[in-house]
Design a protein around this ligand. Structure first.
Ligand code: SAM
Ligand code: SF4
Length: 541
């Protein structure tokens, strides 16, 4: 693989782009994990246009598509966000210019998520907006965006979005190329051409390296192209990644998943586990540090199942330690960890390296061993609690967050109560809770005793109420404490800033300083809500 480098480094200020962790229509992204959120009012710090200009100024890559424009919208988790950063890098390097709306784009790409039914529907809603006039034959095509996502935030709000689309219908005529990328592409394959004949490109994540070639084939006159292999040994690394955040860099270290949880589409849509060689990861981290990034976030569907394919055979905990020691890196996060592969060595690495953030996202899914067995999660409630015990015994406090699914087929009231009791026992700092959504090809699709939607909704509401109260109490205990914060947002209101603590809490604070974005500062907490803290800056870190 050629030497790769990164160009999203500039500390530019600007508005008009989605906030970190949000979809472009302002909705909240579902997790791979919960890192990287920003509070309302904070602004992101680089605009697409500015970054594109910078790239062109850098004179990198070939410019064989000079003048062409692309629009790329991303749904789903951080892995999708990061894949999109790499896709954008690929296209920018070939002379494409990124625009922030489909109207002005020659190539329109949707990087999709199919983890739950409503997430998958969303792309068809977007495609409906692009239907060309000659396809408007009276067939109904849903353009309502009805995705609902639920998260208990630390400020107690239950974020639920259900925003009917107010979006403009864009006529896809005029030679536009419309492509569906990611999990829906992999899952639906060529079926997408039947549902939306104005789509001409369908490409899963394992084939993204081929994207420029696929687009070139369409430009040369091919009507439809696909990239749907999943059996590649390659991880998706590009020569140029156009990173969205100027301080925090995502870095995928393992692709795919071999775990086969009975409800989950990921093994079908992202293929088998493939890890990236440790030396290549460390080289990229060093380059990121030199380029001014101070936080790296190692990504994988099961990041801690990392298996170094090189002769070095670094364990995940050794890799964490090595990344933590890279000069210039002040924070290292990793997500998502699978409980089966979570061991004492990871906790020991966190204890030994203050650079490793004191936060672990460890999805449990259910508090009932019977449900965990039906989910094929490979651990019991007790085994999961042992892993939690390792973290609770650590020499510095580790913030623990999780994912939960309610209403899995056969989940009894007693099973659900076991999940609620787990909340009380573990005392999570944040929980992403989902109603079970039946997915194609998954074993749980055929399981008996489906739970009615209404009952799933009831259980979800109870769970979130319980968790909100836990977060309120836990956050109130931090009042009076001082935390180091990486400042990543500036409010429109004067003297108002926001950032994240090492434990990934959002801390909104006041400071009369003029320029703090990207800096590490000390902030004293003066009040707390279930989802965020409020404080005042007391010094530089
Ligand atoms: N690999 C991670 C793990 O094992 O925990 C999770 C990755 S998945 C992208 C994120 C979360 O989506 C899962 O933890 C689970 O809670 C949720 N999820 C996955 N499939 C689901 C389904 N069919 N219905 C509802 N939620 C689902
Ligand atoms: Fe899906 Fe399970 Fe793999 Fe996570 S571990 S991605 S939930 S199959």
């Amino acid at each position: 693989m050629g030497k790769s480098f990164d160009i999203g480094l500039e500390r530019l200020t600007g508005t008009g782009v989605p906030r970190i962790g949000e979809t472009q229509d302002g909705g909240v992204k579902p997790p791979l994990h919960n890192a990287g959120r920003q509070e309302a009012g904070a602004t992101l710090v680089a605009s697409f246009e500015e970054k594109n200009r910078t790239l062109k100024g850098a004179g990198c890559g070939t410019h064989d598509s000079e003048g062409s424009t692309f629009y790329l919208e991303t749904f789903g988790c951080q892995m999708n966000d990061h894949d999109s950063e790499k896709v954008a890098g690929l296209l920018l390097a070939r002379g494409y210019r990124q625009v922030d709306g489909p109207e002005a784009a020659k190539v329109i790409l949707y990087n999709t998520c199919s983890i739950r039914e409503k997430a998958a529907q969303k792309v068809f809603s977007r495609l409906g907006e692009l239907r060309p006039a000659d396809e408007q034959d009276g067939k109904s095509f849903n353009t309502e965006d009805t995705e609902r996502e639920h998260r208990v935030h630390r400020d107690g709000r239950v974020l639920e979005k259900n925003h009917p689309s107010q979006r403009k219908i864009v006529n896809a005529g005029g030679g536009k190329i419309i492509g569906v990328l990611g999990c829906v592409a992999q899952q639906e394959g060529e079926g997408i051409f039947e549902r939306a004949p104005w789509v001409s490109l369908v490409c899963g994540s394992a084939s993204y390296r081929k994207l420029p070639q696929l687009i070139a084939e369409l430009e040369a006159g091919n009507r439809r192209v696909t990239g749907l292999d999943t059996d590649t040994d390659e991880t998706f690394e590009t020569e140029i990644t156009r990173r969205d955040n100027p301080w925090r860099a995502y870095l995928t270290i393992i692709e795919g998943c071999d775990k086969a949880c009975s409800y989950c589409v990921v093994p079908f849509t992202r293929g088998p586990e493939r890890s990236r060689a440790s030396a290549s990861i460390l080289e990229e981290v060093r380059r990121l540090a030199e380029a001014g990034y101070s936080e790296v976030q190692l990504l994988g569907q099961t990041v801690n199942s990392y298996a170094d394919p090189s002769a070095r055979k670094m364990r995940f905990s050794e890799l964490l330690a090595a990344v933590a020691e890279v000069r210039g890196i002040r924070r290292v996060r990793f997500t998502t960890s699978h409980p089966r592969d979570f061991g004492k060595d990871i906790v020991e690495a966190i204890e030994a390296h203050p650079t490793l953030c004191d936060h672990v996202h460890l999805p449990v899914q259910s508090g009932s061993t019977a449900v965990l067995r039906a989910m094929a999660r490979t651990y019991s409630r007790e085994e999961y609690l042992e892993k939690i015990g390792l973290m609770k015994a650590a020499r510095r406090p580790i913030s623990i967050t999780t994912d939960m699914i309610v209403g899995f087929p056969g989940e009894t009231e007693k099973d659900f109560e076991a999940t609620l009791a787990l909340l009380d026992e573990v005392q999570y700092d944040s929980v992403f809770a989902f109603k079970y959504s039946p997915r194609p090809n998954t074993p749980s699709l055929k399981m008996a005793d489906a739970i009615p939607e209404e009952e799933k909704g009831r259980r979800l509401a109870i769970l979130m109420d319980r968790q909100r109260e836990i977060q309120r109490v836990r956050n109130e205990r931090t009042v009076g404490e001082t935390f180091e914060v990486l400042v990543d947002g500036k409010s429109r209101r004067e003297n108002q800033w926001s950032g994240h603590t090492s434990s990934n809490r959002v801390l909104n604070f006041t400071s009369p300083e003029q320029e703090l974005l990207g800096d590490y500062v000390q902030v004293k907490v003066v009040s707390a809500m279930p989802n965020s803290l409020v404080g005042e800056m007391v010094g530089r870190a």
